[in-house]
Design a protein around this ligand. Structure first.
Ligand SMILES: Nc1nc2c(ncn2[C@@H]2O[C@H](COP(=O)(O)OP(=O)(O)OP(=O)(O)O)[C@@H](O)[C@H]2O)c(=O)[nH]1
Ligand SMILES: [Mg+2]
Length: 188
């Protein structure tokens, strides 16, 4: 995080993390189009539309009299490219963990979350701050918030929001909530 008090600008980094196909790229696209900055997003994809390496974009938002530049990244969920994920995570101020809410994918969520915990250790939730997005909430069968929290083994204070990435439902709100928490932390 970089704070320029004279020009009232803050630069910060946010990563969308989660298992393969949980909706990370779709969520980022929704956030950028929510702020009408869709053209600023770079996605490096395979021919089948899967993320190869990462998505990346710099999103400009205003909070009161402050200008915020948020560097938004996604890590690919495919295990084949696992080693690129630690590169993407370095220096992150906030993580949105995009979980897939379908019951049969709970184990995938748990495995991916462990990887995140291994990377950040005890600091996860403090630096970086953490928000869980229960994505694909439009699916006919979804797990409950408690099932996910218990499965991931997280404490109750962590923010959890259900989202539907393709329609953008709650996706901008989740992003905004995470940014708010990052700013709150740096204020203390
Ligand atoms: N029904 C439904 N489908 C979704 C939702 N979010 C994403 N999808 C679909 O799930 C598939 C994977 O979405 P992506 O955004 O590419 O997932 P990803 O996490 O970036 O995948 P990788 O980069 O390959 O790890 C696409 O077909 C999306 O349209 C959701 O909330 N609801
Ligand atoms: Mg992707």
């Amino acid at each position: 995080m970089l704070i320029d008090w004279a020009n009232k600008t803050i630069q910060t980094k946010v990563v969308y993390y989660g298992p393969a196909m949980s909706g990370k790229t779709t969520s980022i696209r929704s956030v950028f189009s929510h702020y009408k900055q869709g053209e600023k997003l770079e996605s490096i994809e395979t021919t089948s539309g899967r993320t190869l390496f990462f998505d990346f974009g710099a999103l400009d938002v205003e909070r009161g009299s402050w200008k915020l530049r948020v560097f938004v990244w996604s890590a690919t969920g495919q295990d084949y490219y696992a080693e690129t994920r630690s590169t993407v995570l370095a220096g992150t101020d906030g993580v949105i963990f995009v979980a897939d809410s379908q019951p049969h994918l709970l184990e995938d969520n748990i495995r991916s979350f462990r990887e995140l915990q291994d990377f950040f250790g005890e600091q996860l939730g403090q630096t970086p701050v953490l928000l869980i997005s229960m994505n694909k909430f439009d699916m006919p069968v979804t797990i409950s918030r408690e099932q996910l929290i218990n499965g991931l083994g997280i404490r109750n204070g962590v923010q959890v929001m259900s989202t539907i990435a393709p329609s953008g439902w709650n996706v901008g709100e989740a992003f905004s909530a995470l940014v708010q928490t990052i700013l709150h932390r740096c204020n203390r």
